[in-house]
Write a protein of this length. Structure first.
Length: 541
């Protein structure tokens, strides 16, 4: 340690990320790393921040985001910095933005881009390595890592072909997974509720996960069903963990729809039992009763077979529309009929590209249908035709009781599932997830201690995704540090006003640089692109 530190955080109450009891200490920063954590005579420092009465913790690690494009378009990411987030994991739910194949690149850009608010863009990268290099070049304000998305792998190799992968196609996908991880991806993500990921067989997922396990990665999954088939989908997850010997992260573990809420205890019990048998399964959840997903999820999965153009043909064919309406009236074990289990009144579009639809944003699909004097299924299909199957919606599907169970369990962590787009509204979790967690569930409800809440947002997610130089306040590790006032930390974003910045984060350091000072973003962008251990071993970076 030098005689004079770059920065000293003095007199704070330290939650170091381990879950150990809070303690009073000073934290010294030098050359972008934590240099000192202790008490006694203060080391000399070029700059001192008085943290008396404040919590000093590692920066929050958001393991489930969809910032793949928004972090390029808005590298300042003020809405995340003011939540105390210093690291995001991208490429979730099978929807990364690489790798891209020449044959299916335009199709992939349009399909994935419609979710990310960037439809039709010809992205200037092809491989995961290309993408991470491009992301690095925009100098983001926070750290970013990525998963490789299974849906995008399938698009690169097979397009929207709903057939089981042939041995040759599976080998091609496995080689793409291997290359992606060698270029920096942390592991494989799936979105089995969405085409084309929904076309995968269990054997395909096991084979791909074996490649991930061999390279020391993690398998993160948005399961095939979070509703009627919740427990069956979880059995598949357990099978993948057991057969492929891969660590598994269940993305936003929830039970969708009131009729399915009682299944949640059994789901948590299944995971506990699997862990007792030596399987490495954890999960994340956001502290909100509504999720956010693609508007096309209201349709039976087969509608997307063959891609967007085929879907549009079906949605404009009277006979096929009749078949869709009929299927939407009955529950199926093969897919989550979200309009049936949640109700059209609980599904609210928040991002639509077409100018003629802007007055519909923020209204429920039931209200929109009433406004048009139509059946909700017919009205929604009309919207999807004009949106070319794009658009996102908020879906009020979760139980507060189950949210608390997910957040309080030892192996559950916080993941915002946030998506920021330039066109339309967003889910309030994009602006308020972490302040809401600490304000509502730690300070007000006292669901968790401060120490445990910090562990679930720092060391636990960092270690889970192999980011071993983050998540702890320990000398030698990266100086990602949040200083917040627990008595004031609050989310201000609501479903009606979702873009309101959060309160309570006073200072934030990213790699030792002040990104937030006195509650305001500084504009300094010191984030780094974080890559997998195997990429470093291969000399990729």
């Amino acid at each position: 340690m030098r005689l004079v530190l770059d920065l000293l955080i003095a007199g704070g109450t330290v939650a170091d990320g381990t879950g150990n009891p809070l303690f009073q200490a000073d934290v010294g920063i030098e050359d972008g790393k934590v240099a000192y954590v202790g008490r006694g005579p203060l080391p000399r420092s070029a700059r001192v921040i008085d943290a008396s009465g404040l919590i000093v913790a590692p920066g929050f690690v958001d393991v489930h985001t969809h910032s793949d494009i928004s972090l390029i378009k808005n590298p300042g990411a003020e809405y995340k910095l003011l939540q105390g987030v210093t690291t995001e994991v991208l490429g979730n739910c099978g929807l990364s933005v690489a790798p891209l194949s020449a044959k299916h690149k335009q199709e992939t850009c349009q399909y994935v881009g419609s979710l990310f608010g960037d439809p039709g863009t010809d992205w200037p990268w092809n491989t995961v390595g290309d993408y991470l290099g491009y992301l690095e070049s925009v100098e983001p304000a926070l750290n970013a890592a990525t998963m490789v998305g299974h849906g995008v792998l399938r698009l690169a190799v097979m397009g929207f072909d709903p057939s089981p992968a042939s041995p040759e196609q599976l080998d091609h996908m496995k080689s793409l997974v291997g290359r992606a991880m060698e270029e920096g991806a942390l592991g494989l993500s799936t979105g089995l509720q969405y085409a084309p990921g929904s076309y995968a067989t269990l054997d395909e997922l096991i084979d791909l996960s074996r490649t991930v396990a061999r390279l020391g990665g993690i398998y993160a999954t948005h399961m095939r069903s979070q509703g009627t088939g919740l427990l069956e989908s979880l059995r598949d997850v357990i099978s993948i963990a057991a057969t492929a010997h891969v660590p598994v992260q269940v993305s936003h573990l929830l039970a969708m729809g009131e009729v399915n809420w009682p299944k949640y205890d059994e789901a948590l019990k299944m995971i506990r039992e699997a862990r007792k048998q030596g399987l490495d399964i954890t999960w994340d959840m956001y502290p909100y009763d509504a999720g956010c997903t693609m508007l096309r999820v209201t349709l039976p999965p087969w509608v997307m077979d063959g891609g967007v153009e085929e879907a549009l043909r079906r949605l404009t064919d009277p006979v096929t529309r009749g078949r869709i309406k009929l299927e939407l009236k009955s529950e199926s074990g093969d897919w989550d009929n979200i309009s049936l289990v949640a109700g059209w009144h609980n599904l609210v579009p928040i991002q639509l590209a077409s100018m003629e639809h802007q007055h519909l944003v923020g209204r429920s699909l039931q209200d929109i249908a009433s406004l048009k004097g139509m059946d909700p299924a017919e009205s929604t299909m009309d919207i999807l035709v004009r949106e070319r199957t794009g658009g996102t919606m908020v879906a009020f599907v979760s139980s507060e009781e189950n949210i608390q169970k997910a957040l309080s369990a030892p192996y559950g962590m916080v993941g915002s599932d946030s998506l920021h787009t330039e066109n339309g509204m967003v889910h309030p979790r994009t602006y308020g997830c972490y302040p809401r967690f600490f304000g509502q569930y730690v300070r007000e409800k006292r669901l968790l201690t401060i120490e445990e809440a910090v562990r679930k947002t720092t060391a636990l997610p960092a270690a889970r995704f192999g980011l071993y130089d983050r998540g702890l306040l320990r000398p030698g590790l990266a100086a990602d540090v949040v200083i917040f006032d627990l008595s004031q930390v609050n989310d201000r974003a609501t479903y009606h006003e979702p873009c309101r910045l959060a309160d309570g984060v006073l200072h934030l350091l990213v790699n030792g640089v002040l990104a937030v000072e006195d509650g305001r973003p500084t504009g300094k962008r010191a984030g780094r692109v974080l890559r997998s251990a195997v990429s470093k071993a291969c000399g990729t970076r």
